[in-house]
Design a protein around this ligand. Structure first.
Ligand SMILES: Cc1cc2nc3c(=O)[nH]c(=O)nc-3n(C[C@H](O)[C@H](O)[C@H](O)COP(=O)(O)OP(=O)(O)OC[C@H]3O[C@@H](n4cnc5c(N)ncnc54)[C@H](O)[C@@H]3O)c2cc1C
Length: 475
C-alpha cells in the first residue's frame, strides 16, 4: 500500500483554503497586545546577561533569579520575547531530552536511564513552575500519538511501544479500527499513544507567561535590541548593540537557530525552516466529524512527518513534512511564507480529514529550527568559561529548553551537577561541513530520506553511512 499523499499538485480549492491566511504565527496573534520593553540605549552593567528571549533565555532568567534573587539579570532580545521558534512551534511538550528513546539509545545508551529520569524530572518541574508562577498556557495532558499510515510503520509502532514500556512509559497500541475510533481519518492503519510526559500547550502563552514572571522576579528586559558582538573585557564580557553596551560578569547565549555570536556554534547548527497552517475554529458539526475527543497530539511516522493538534478553541494546527534548508541557513521574516510547502500541507490536511472540506486556514507561518546532527540540545562555553550556550534542540525544545537553560546556567556558574558530568552535556555533535558542501549534503540526505519513505523505510547506503558517522539530519 503506497503512502496516502497524492502525487499530484494541490487543487485550486486546497490552495484557496489558505490564500487569505495571515502570514503570522497564530500563537503570537492570539496574545493580548502589550508595549515591548524599551530597547537598550545606554551602557549598563549586569551580573548575568542572557541573549535571546525565547524559552531557553526566559527559563534561564527566571531560574537565575530563583537561585540567587540578589543577582542582577538582564535579557536582551532582538525582536520581542517569544518571536523566534518559541512562539511558532506545535506546542508538543514532551519530556524526552534526546528526541525520543531510539535516537537517545543510538547516541547515549549508557546514560539513557539518567537522561529519561532527568527528562521526567524536568517535565514535572516545568509543571510545578507553571503553578508557582501562575502561567496559564492551555496545558492539556493529552499524551502524544504516533500514527502508522503504511503497513511497514506498524512494526515501528510495536518496537516503539516495547521500548517506551521498558523505560516506564504508559503506552497503548491501537489497531486500525481502534485508531480510527479515536480520530477519524481514512489514512490511519494503527497508532501508538504515549501517555507519559506528554502534553499540549499554547506556546505563545507560555512565552508570555515566562516573560511576565521574569519581569516580576526583577529581571531587566531589553527588546528590539540585537547583540552584535561579544568579547572578553577585563574579568567579564562586553556585549555591543546598536544603542548601547552591556558589561556582564557572565553571559548565557540562547539564540537557537539565529546566526551564532560565537564561532564554535557555527559548525554544529544549521537553520532549517519548518512550516505550519492553522485552521479557523471548527464548528460543532466539523468537530464531531473527526472524533478526537481526547485531543492527543498526533504525528505520522515517516521520515517526512506531519504533526497536528487541536487548540483550546478547536482549531487544528497542521505542520511539518517539508524541512527547508537554504544556502547559508538564513533566518529572516521573509522566509515565513513558502507557498510550495503550504500547498502541500493543505493537500495533506484534506487527505487526512476529507470530511473537513471547506474549512479555511486563518494563519500560516514558518520558523527556524536549530538543527544539529545528534537531534538534541548540546552545550558549550567560550570566552574562558564566562559565556555558556545551549542550542540544537532540533525541533523538540518546548520542554527540553527548560533543562537546557538550567544546564547552561550551571556551566556558566561553574556548578558540578549530575547533568554537567554526563557525556550528553560534555560532548558535541558531529559537525556539519561548511558551505557549499553543507547544502549538497543536506540535499542528498533529504532526497535519500524521502526515498526511504517510498521504500518501506529501508535506508540506503548514504543514510547508513551517515548513521555510522553519527551525522543525522532532521527537523
Ligand atoms: C515550526 C516549529 C515547530 C516546532 N514544534 C515543536 C513542538 O511541537 N515541540 C517541541 O518540543 N519543539 C518544537 N519546536 C522547537 C522549539 O520551538 C524550540 O526548540 C524552542 O522554542 C527553542 O527555544 P529557544 O529559546 O532556544 O529559541 P528561540 O525561541 O528561537 O529564541 C531565540 C531568541 O533569540 C533571539 N535572538 C537571536 N539572535 C539574537 C541576537 N543577536 N541578539 C538578541 N536576540 C537574539 C531571537 O529573536 C529569539 O527570540 C518547533 C520549532 C519550530 C520552528
Amino acid at each position: 500500500m503506497p503512502s496516502p499523499w497524492p502525487q499530484t499538485d494541490p487543487t485550486a480549492a486546497q490552495r484557496a483554503a489558505y490564500a487569505d491566511a495571515a502570514v503570522l504565527p497564530f500563537w503570537l496573534d492570539d496574545l493580548p497586545a502589550i508595549d515591548p520593553a524599551a530597547a537598550l540605549d545606554t551602557a549598563i552593567e549586569t551580573d548575568l546577561c542572557i541573549v535571546g528571549g525565547g524559552f531557553t533565555g526566559l527559563w534561564a532568567a527566571l531560574h537565575a533569579k530563583h537561585r540567587d534573587p540578589g543577582r542582577d539579570v538582564a535579557v536582551v532580545e532582538s525582536h520581542t520575547c517569544g518571536y523566534g521558534a518559541s512562539g511558532r512551534n506545535g506546542g508538543f511538550l514532551l519530556s524526552s531530552l534526546t528526541h525520543g528513546l531510539e535516537n537517545g539509545l543510538a547516541r547515549f545508551a549508557d546514560e539513557m536511564e539518567a537522561l529519561e529520569r532527568l527528562g521526567f524530572d524536568n517535565y514535572a518541574g516545568l509543571r510545578g513552575d507553571l503553578d508557582r508562577y501562575g502561567i496559564d498556557c492551555d496545558f492539556e495532558e493529552t499524551g502524544d500519538m504516533s500514527v502508522a499510515l503504511e503497513p511497514h510503520e506498524l512494526a515501528w509502532l510495536d518496537e516503539g511501544a516495547e521500548l517506551m514500556r521498558r523505560y516506564g512509559h504508559e503506552v497503548e497500541l491501537l489497531d486500525r479500527e481502534q485508531m480510527r475510533a479515536e480520530v477519524r481519518s481514512p489514512t490511519y492503519l494503527g497508532g501508538l499513544w504515549d501517555r507519559t510526559g506528554a502534553a499540549m500547550v499554547h506556546p505563545g502563552k507560555l512565552a508570555r507567561g515566562l516573560r511576565d514572571a521574569a519581569l516580576a522576579a526583577g529581571v531587566r528586559l531589553y527588546e528590539h535590541t540585537a547583540v552584535e558582538d561579544t568579547r572578553s573585557a577585563g574579568a567579564g564580557v562586553e556585549l555591543t548593540t546598536a544603542g548601547g553596551t552591556v558589561a556582564a560578569r557572565r553571559v548565557l547565549l540562547a539564540t537557537s537557530a539565529y546566526p551564532p555570536l560565537v564561532r564554535s556554534i557555527r559548525r554544529y547548527v544549521l537553520a532549517v525552516y519548518d512550516y505550519a497552517l492553522m485552521t479557523e475554529p471548527l464548528s460543532p458539526a466539523q468537530r464531531e466529524s473527526i472524533g478526537w475527543s481526547r485531543r492527543q497530539g498526533l504525528g505520522d511516522s515517516g521520515n517526512q512527518f506531519h504533526y497536528y493538534r487541536l487548540s483550546a478553541d478547536d482549531r487544528i494546527l497542521f505542520g511539518g513534512y517539508d524541512a527547508v534548508y537554504r544556502f547559508g541557513g538564513p533566518v529572516d521574516a521573509q522566509l515565513d511564507d513558502h507557498d510550495a510547502t503550504f500547498g502541500k500541507l493543505a493537500q495533506h490536511f484534506f487527505t487526512t480529514f476529507p470530511q473537513l472540506e471547506g474549512v479555511r486556514f486563518t494563519h500560516r507561518w514558518g520558523g527556524a529550527i536549530d538543527t544539529c546532527s545528534r537531534f538534541s540540545v548540546f552545550f558549550g562555553t567560550a570566552l574562558g568559561g564566562r559565556l555558556a550556550y545551549a542550542t540544537g534542540y532540533t525541533g523538540l525544545g518546548v520542554a527540553a529548553s527548560r533543562f537546557g537553560a538550567e544546564v547552561a546556567l550551571d556551566l556558566v556558574d561553574g556548578n558540578d551537577t549530575e547533568a554537567t558530568r554526563l557525556r550528553y552535556v560534555r560532548s558535541r555533535p558531529v559537525p556539519f561541513p561548511p558551505e557549499p558542501l553543507r547544502s549538497g549534503v543536506v540535499r542528498v540526505t533529504q532526497n535519500r530520506l524521502a526515498a526511504a519513505d517510498r521504500r518501506e523505510g529501508r535506508r540506503g547506503l548514504w543514510l547508513r553511512a551517515l548513521d555510522r558517522a553519527g551525522l543525522g539530519f532532521d527537523s
